[in-house]
Design a protein around this ligand. Structure first.
Ligand SMILES: Cc1ncc(C[n+]2csc(CCOP(=O)(O)OP(=O)(O)O)c2C)c(N)n1
Length: 699
């Protein structure tokens, strides 16, 4: 054990009453696994089963210690005993596995990926299927605890901690290392709770970390207390777990505890464990913590009759739950499309998620105004972004801005210049170089009631965060509006004088395909202000794409439209009206299309979509029905670019209105080239757009 930071207080002994509670949850968990494994899986009434057999003791002991008013938990598919000890209702648990109404996801997700939204008491963030995904959101929760304590004066948060629960193989993931890096550099109140059952499916621990013991390997990691124990000795395990939690809660800094446990079933219902020898399986059975606990508790702390009674009560609770779940309906297929995004009723009221975002705790932010009140000289797009961030930081203490170099430097694009000086390092701060860490942390912060505004330095560098972005987008749908993580991810990208495959990628269509994300791609400073403000006051995660060539481009400059100006998502801007054809563009292509229309003198409608999710189908179809010809121009590559979606919609819904094939102009399917000579060859230019316009008008 590495005990370099201050030692925590000694663990108090558990009372017989507390042991009875521990046993009750263990009994319930074991009975649930028995039922699923022996009956529900063979009958195919549960389609995906992850047994926690062998993991119950350590998890329940942890749960008993998570008593902070705002404790936050990142969990995984084998965390059911932990959740039971935190208050997961047995009937809800079973309804989830059996895909019935209610449950955690109403049949949308596999049963064991639970969540527990909480106003008070330990909150469990929505579990994901990806191994290691729980770590950085839990880190975000820990950082939110600090933020809420120091910036919002929330006393409850000062007494609370964050915990991430994972298996031994999960310590090999990006998420684990990103989290470890952040909690130790930031010294956050965070506990890694690693249950080492010796395997990741069939791959042994020694292939996940050298020597097979992550605790040993992290002994010399700076700023981390490390504890290592075994579930075979329940009393010692209880003391060690208490020690770990108490240490973090009392300000001792982050800690990692590894508990060895036996995995007494296959990895999942389908796994027959042929990779383990019979002797190994038999030896694992000998280590069953339930039996070990009986040996230590009975008869000194609990009579044999009492033990049997609690075990029988567990089985009865599960039997009662099964009977109740069987009376529940299967989910309504008509509801499956709901809650991809925040839902607004006809009267304007929002169907607010139970946990996450600011609407629940703070109510709806001011709606703003659609009327621009231009003031002062024209400013460039990057100044427009900075000014909007500055205003929203000033009016909403839950907004916080972070990313690589956004603090002292003010961002590599200067979008956050001066904001740290003005609002302090608590609200505008640099992060370590880990996009998984930046976005995962934002997810946890959003879940904890903040409005994070992370910056990804360049579009391509969002790739390491792909998993967190994906899971963030689907969170509301997966949890049937129990959880959501609204945030605004600012991402500069696209060409700037030259190109290259790293800093100049657009690939905005990927975000549109990323379910649950709203996507803005403004072409000028005024729209940037309005769209960014809409996003910052919105209730959904948003990708805000800042095109590099527009940040200081002359075309994009506009007067600042005012501190309340908003642009709604899904409303295109009609830049000019004409009769011969319709041009549809967004981002940096808007300027080129404008110039081409002027150069050719062709009478055209020009729609700047401004947002791609949602996108303005109505305006698009209305214009095409009028002009009967359409050219779509985008910088992203051609195949399956967003233009393909627009073309498909027009082809279907305005087919009989068309006088010519729908035309698309886009980058060919090559990465962005560096040399301006090569870039000119592939980017739609004023010349190529003009040619396309003339050809289309001539049909
Ligand atoms: C990112 C990712 N890769 C692979 C998988 C498939 N998978 C599911 S569980 C698992 C093993 C995880 O083992 P460990 O973290 O030790 O937890 P345990 O199942 O032993 O409790 C694997 C490879 C996954 N779910 N996510």
């Amino acid at each position: 054990m590495n005990a370099s930071p201050k030692p925590p207080p000694q663990a108090p002994e558990l009372s017989p009453v507390a042991w009875r509670a521990v046993l009750r949850h263990m009994a319930t968990s074991r009975a649930l696994d028995d039922l699923e494994e022996s009956t529900l899986v063979p009958q195919r009434r549960v389609l995906y089963q992850f047994s926690a057999r062998g993991h119950e003791l350590t998890q329940v002991l942890l749960g008993e210690r998570l008593t902070g008013p705002r404790d936050g938990v990142g969990a995984y598919y084998r965390s059911r005993p932990l959740l039971l000890s935190l208050g997961l209702d047995v009937e809800e648990a079973l309804a989830s596995s059996m895909m019935r109404v209610g449950g955690m996801s109403e049949g949308r997700d596999i049963g064991v990926v639970f969540n527990l939204p909480r106003k008070s008491g330990a909150c469990v963030l929505p579990v994901c299927g990806g191994v290691g995904t729980q770590y950085t959101p839990a880190v975000g929760w820990a950082q939110a605890l600090r933020y809420r304590t120091e910036v919002l004066g929330d006393e409850q948060c000062a007494k609370s901690i964050a915990v991430a629960h994972g298996g031994d193989a999960s310590t090999a993931t990006n998420g684990f290392w990103a989290a470890l890096n952040i909690v130790t550099t930031e010294r956050l109140p965070f506990l890694f709770f690693i249950e080492d059952n010796g395997y990741g499916i069939s791959v042994p621990s020694r292939q996940q970390t050298p020597g097979g013991n992550i605790a040993k390997n992290l002994e010399s990691f700076r700023g981390l207390r490390v504890l290592d124990g075994d579930a075979s000795d329940p009393m010692a395990a209880a003391a060690l777990i208490d020690n770990a939690v108490t240490g973090v809660r009392s300000g001792g800094g982050p800690a990692l505890i590894r508990m060895t446990v036996p995995r007494l079933s296959g990895h999942s219902g389908q796994d027959t464990q042929t990779y383990k020898s019979a002797a190994e399986i038999a030896a694992e059975r000998q280590r069953d913590p339930l039996e070990k606990l009986r040996a230590q508790l009975v008869p000194e702390q609990l009579s044999a009759a009492d033990w049997d009674l609690v075990m029988a009560q567990g089985r009865q609770a599960v039997a009662d739950a099964l009977a109740a779940v069987e009376r529940r309906d299967t989910p309504d297929p008509k509801r499956v499309r709901r809650y991809v995004f925040s839902e607004v009723a006809a009267d304007g009221s929002v169907d607010v998620q139970q946990q996450g975002g600011t609407y629940g705790e703070c109510g709806m932010p001011p709606p703003g105004t659609l009327q621009a009140a231009p003031q002062g000289p024209r400013i460039n797009l990057v100044t427009a972004v900075r000014r909007t961030l500055e205003h929203e930081l000033a009016v909403n203490p839950r907004v916080l801005v972070f990313g690589e170099d956004v603090g002292r430097k003010g961002g590599v694009h200067a979008a956050t210049l001066g904001l740290q000086e003005k609002f302090g390092v608590g609200r505008v701060f640099d992060t370590s170089l880990s996009e998984e860490g930046i976005i995962g942390r934002a997810v946890g912060m959003a879940a904890a009631g903040l409005m994070p505004v992370p910056e990804i330095q360049f579009r391509k560098y969002a790739d390491p965060a792909a998993e967190q972005l994906n899971d963030c987008g689907t969170m509301r749908w997966r949890t049937v509006n129990r959880f959501a993580a609204p945030m605004v991810v600012r991402i500069p990208g696209g060409f700037f004088k030259c190109g290259d495959p790293w800093h100049s990628q657009c690939n905005e269509v990927q975000w549109v395909h990323g379910l649950g994300w709203r996507v803005a791609m403004p072409s000028n400073a005024q729209d940037a202000v309005g769209l960014l403000r809409s996003a910052l006051r919105g209730n959904d995660p948003t990708i805000f794409f800042e095109h590099r060539s527009l940040l200081d481009g002359a075309f994009a400059r506009r007067a600042y439209p005012g501190d309340e100006f908003v642009v709604p998502f899904g409303k295109a801007s009609m830049l000019r009206e004409g009769t011969t054809l319709t041009v549809i563009s967004w981002g940096a292509m808007v300027e080129r299309c404008e110039r081409a229309i002027v150069d050719t003198g062709i009478s055209a409608d020009h729609l700047d979509l401004r947002t791609l999710s949602p996108w303005d189908r109505d305006a698009t179809l209305a214009s095409v029905r009028k002009t009967r010809r359409c050219l779509i121009v985008h910088e992203d590559t051609m195949t399956a670019g967003f233009g393909a979606e627009i073309a498909a919609v027009i082809a279907k819904d305005a087919f009989f209105d068309l006088d010519a094939p729908i035309e698309r102009l886009a980058m060919p399917d090559v990465p962005s080239p560096h040399s301006p000579v090569l870039l000119d060859e592939v980017l739609p230019s004023v010349a190529t757009i003009s040619r396309a316009l003339k050809a289309l008008a001539a049909i």
